[in-house]
Design a protein around this ligand. Structure first.
Ligand code: PEP
Ligand code: MN
Length: 289
């Protein structure tokens, strides 16, 4: 597909460079690209220690395998909440210790990377930074797993070349995330490009997950988009969940309540089973909670 301007050297991300799909390993229960789907869940932004811990416990109980939460938020308006910054990193690490869930958080600036790697297992590159080449190179020099989100207006070729910027520095642990692209349609926040999943599966050996929250932009669309993502072969999902979505400091309209997330996990697990896969991490035994 991506012919015509083939690079001079073979690409690390391209499918022919590896005989089978790569797995990106966080822990025994959290492996991207395996039979089990990885559902990442948590608030858009970390807003405090208690709300994060409550959310981490709720999503863990519902079967999520990983916790998300933004400490640094790249906002369209400079007057919107920009994230709590460093204190949020402490809260994320505490939530990991309390629940055992590995944590992903976004880095927006190469200067943040050295500090953030001390707190979290996985670094997220947001859609607005997909072509921030100095940031891609910086995360490529770490040994942390990377969640790379597709840019709002990036072609799949540009998306894969962004992954290449990370991998060229030596870090091969990249997970791709389709999160919707800008089209003429305004009924949803972005247009979820479902075809991107099977196309990327053909073109690359890297795991591919889907973000139904930012694509839909409102809570009612998250479940149907999540089901569709599983049906087209996504290796996981990243979903925004908040204890009180109407009070969220960012992206409240698309945040799921704990109950809605538990329902999503049940439904997504059933969809995964049809494909011979599983989504939900089994609930914790009494002694572990
Ligand atoms: C996010 O995950 O909260 C986020 C800002 O996502 P994106 O970069 O896809 O907009
Ligand atoms: Mn968000």
């Amino acid at each position: 597909m991506f012919t015509g301007s083939a690079p001079a050297t073979p690409m690390s991300a391209s499918a022919p460079s590896r005989p089978r799909s790569s797995r990106v390993y966080l822990n025994h229960h959290c492996v991207f690209g395996g039979r089990e789907l990885v559902v990442i869940a948590g608030p858009c932004a970390v807003e405090g220690e208690e709300m994060l811990l409550d959310t981490a416990r709720a999503v863990r109980q519902a079967g999520a395998r990983m916790l998300r939460g933004g400490a640094f938020k790249p906002r369209t308006s400079p007057y919107s909440f920009q994230g709590m910054g460093e204190p949020a990193l402490e809260f994320l690490a505490a939530a990991r210790r309390a629940t055992g869930l590995p944590v992903v958080t976004e880095v927006c600036d190469p200067r943040q990377v050295e500090r953030v790697v001390e707190y979290v297992e996985m670094l997220q590159i947001g859609a607005r930074n997909m072509q921030n080449f100095s940031l891609l190179a910086e995360v490529g020099r770490t040994c942390r797993q990377v969640l790379l989100k597709r840019g709002l207006a990036a072609t799949l070729r540009e998306f894969l070349l962004a992954a290449e910027h990370i991998m060229a520095q030596g870090n091969q642990a990249v997970v791709l995330c389709e999160r919707g692209i800008r089209t003429f349609e305004t009924a949803s926040r972005f247009t979820l490009d479902l075809a991107a999943v099977p196309v990327l599966k053909e073109e690359t050996h890297l795991p591919v997950i889907v973000d139904p929250s930012h694509a839909g932009g409102r809570a009612s669309l998250v479940l149907p988009l999540a089901r569709a993502a599983v049906a087209v072969g996504a290796d996981g999902l990243i979903v925004e969940v908040h204890p009180a979505p109407e009070q969220a400091k960012s992206d409240g309209a698309q945040a799921l309540t704990f109950e809605a997330f538990a329902d999503l996990m049940r439904q997504v697990d059933r969809c995964a089973a049809v494909l011979g896969r599983a989504a939900a991490l089994p609930p914790l035994a009494e002694a572990e909670t």
